[in-house]
Write a protein that binds this ligand. Structure first.
Ligand code: CO
Length: 191
C-alpha cells in the first residue's frame, strides 16, 4: 500500500495535478491539529452550557462551527445525546464516513467489516466487547453515517463533575464516547 501511494503521488505530481507541499499540510493538519480533542471541547461546552446544548441538538453544524471546527466531512453534522433511557452509537455500514473536524480520522476498527456489520445486528454485544455494559432498559439506537450526514454522540456527563471547568470536563470525553462505543471517563479514572 505504501509503495502504491508513493507511486500515485509521484505520477500525480509529475502531471501537475497535485502539489506535494499542499499534501504535507493536509497530512500534518489531520495528524496534529484535528482530532477528538475538538469534539471533546464541543461536548464539554454542551455539558456546561444548556443553551449551547440545545443549539447543538437543533443545529449541530452551526453550533460546532461557532467553536471554529468546520471543514470537509463535517458539513452536515447531527448531534445525539445519551440519556439513561437511550444510548446512541454510530457506524458507517457502507464505508467509513466519520466527522473529521471534531473526531479526526477514524480508528481502524471503525473501518473494519466486522464492526460495520455487527454494530447494526448486535450492538449490545459489540458494546460489551468495548467494555460498555448498559442496563437492559436502555434502548440502543444505531446511526448509519453517510456521505451526507455525520453524527456526534454527546455522552452522559459523569457524576461528581459539578465543580469542574470546561477544560477539565473535556479531559473526561474520550473519542469512543463520542462514537458511542464508550462512556465518558469518571473524574480520577485512569486515561
Ligand atoms: Co461511509
Amino acid at each position: 500500500m505504501d509503495l502504491r501511494v508513493r507511486a500515485l503521488e509521484t505520477v500525480l505530481t509529475e502531471k501537475g495535478y497535485i502539489d506535494p507541499a499542499a499534501l504535507d499540510v493536509l497530512i500534518d493538519t489531520y495528524q496534529t491539529k484535528i482530532g477528538p480533542r475538538n469534539g471533546a471541547r464541543v461536548v464539554a461546552k454542551a455539558w456546561a452550557d444548556p443553551t449551547f446544548h440545545d443549539w447543538l441538538l437543533k443545529d449541530a453544524t452551526a453550533a460546532i462551527a461557532s467553536l471554529g471546527y468546520t471543514g470537509r466531512q463535517g458539513e452536515h453534522m447531527v448531534a445525539v445525546a445519551n440519556t439513561d433511557d437511550e444510548h446512541h452509537m454510530v457506524v458507517c455500514t457502507l464505508c467509513s464516513c466519520y466527522p473529521w473536524p471534531v473526531l479526526g480520522l477514524p480508528p481502524t476498527w471503525y473501518k473494519s467489516a466486522p464492526y460495520r456489520s455487527r454494530a447494526v445486528k448486535e450492538p449490545r454485544g459489540v458494546l460489551a466487547e468495548f467494555g460498555v455494559e448498559l442496563p437492559a432498559s436502555t434502548r440502543i439506537r444505531v446511526w448509519d453515517s453517510t456521505a451526507e450526514v455525520r453524527y456526534l454522540v454527546i455522552p452522559q456527563r459523569p457524576d461528581g463533575t459539578d465543580g469542574l471547568s470546561e477544560e477539565q470536563l473535556a479531559d473526561l470525553v474520550t473519542r469512543d464516547s463520542m462514537i458511542g462505543t464508550g462512556l465518558a471517563r469518571k473524574p480520577g479514572a485512569a486515561p
